[in-house]
Design a protein around this ligand. Structure first.
Ligand SMILES: [Zn+2]
Length: 261
């Protein structure tokens, strides 16, 4: 199972050798399939029977695969929301002071950590500064770029990456993701900040815009946001992208992008 996504071997080894970081960030290029790999990793850490591999049958293994282990708490996107809000982190901060019920450690898995609002991240820093014993935070994200330096600097970083993916394309995708989060949060300042940092390179910007259309399309499929307004946005993005292919002025394209978002 070495290829299992997110089965971050180095992190596992650290746990097994009792050199346990109280907070870890796993940066992965395959967030969508990360749950399976994560379960496997947690099973490896908690299974009392298996050595190299989790047994898959003991109480801990079964509960983890059912998503019902009391010492594993998942903090993710709420329904109809594209962000993880400060309330969830406040809840976690309180809950973290309750001792684990079946294991030595209690795990809080925050995924996708890219979706943490800045306010939520600031709330998180408070507990990262003085983490309760017996608590381990695992943040899973597509890119560290979305996290505040103050959070990143308090976590150990593990990369579960990319292999064949073209780095430039990957970067364009990450920028598109950030833009979409900012757009869903109606954070015009953030959008402006991201757009103003884009390199004025026609193919790159076109790539970002094309990824953005795909991201919006996925959100529609998941039913997270009002579909009709997203469809309109996708249309407009396609128009800007086509323009870039011909000869639209890049700055004009960027200001149109700003308007759409
Ligand atoms: Zn087991």
């Amino acid at each position: 199972m070495k290829n299992s996504v997110l089965y971050s071997e180095s992190l596992c080894k650290r746990f097994k050798s009792n050199k346990i970081p109280h907070a870890a960030i796993i940066e992965t290029s395959n967030l969508k399939n990360s749950q399976q790999g994560l379960n496997k990793m947690l099973q490896l850490l908690m299974c009392k029977l298996g050595k190299e591999e989790p047994c898959g049958n003991c109480e801990a293994c079964v509960k983890i695969s059912l998503g019902s282990h009391p010492d594993v708490k998942l903090i993710g996107l709420e329904e109809k929301s594209q962000s993880i809000k400060v309330e969830s982190i406040r809840w976690m901060r309180q809950d973290a002071h309750i001792l684990p019920s079946e294991q030595e450690y209690k795990f809080y898995v925050i995924s996708p950590a890219d979706a943490l609002t800045p306010q939520a991240q600031n709330a998180f820093i408070k507990i990262l500064e003085e983490p309760p014993r017996n608590v381990i935070f695992i943040l899973i994200c597509e890119s560290l770029i979305s996290l505040l330096d103050t959070v990143v600097s308090r976590c150990e970083i593990f990369r579960d990456h990319f292999g064949q993916n073209d780095n430039k394309d990957r970067e364009a995708y990450v920028v598109a993701k950030k833009l979409s989060f900012a757009s869903f949060n109606e954070d015009k300042l953030k959008i402006l900040e991201i757009i103003s940092k884009l390199p004025l390179e026609r193919s790159y910007i076109k790539n970002v815009i094309d990824h953005l259309q795909k991201v919006f399309l996925e959100v529609i499929k998941e039913g997270g946001q009002s579909a009709s307004s997203l469809v309109k946005k996708i249309d407009k993005l396609a128009y800007i992208s086509d323009g870039l292919e011909v000869n639209t002025n890049i700055n004009l394209a960027l200001s149109n992008l700003m308007v759409v978002l």
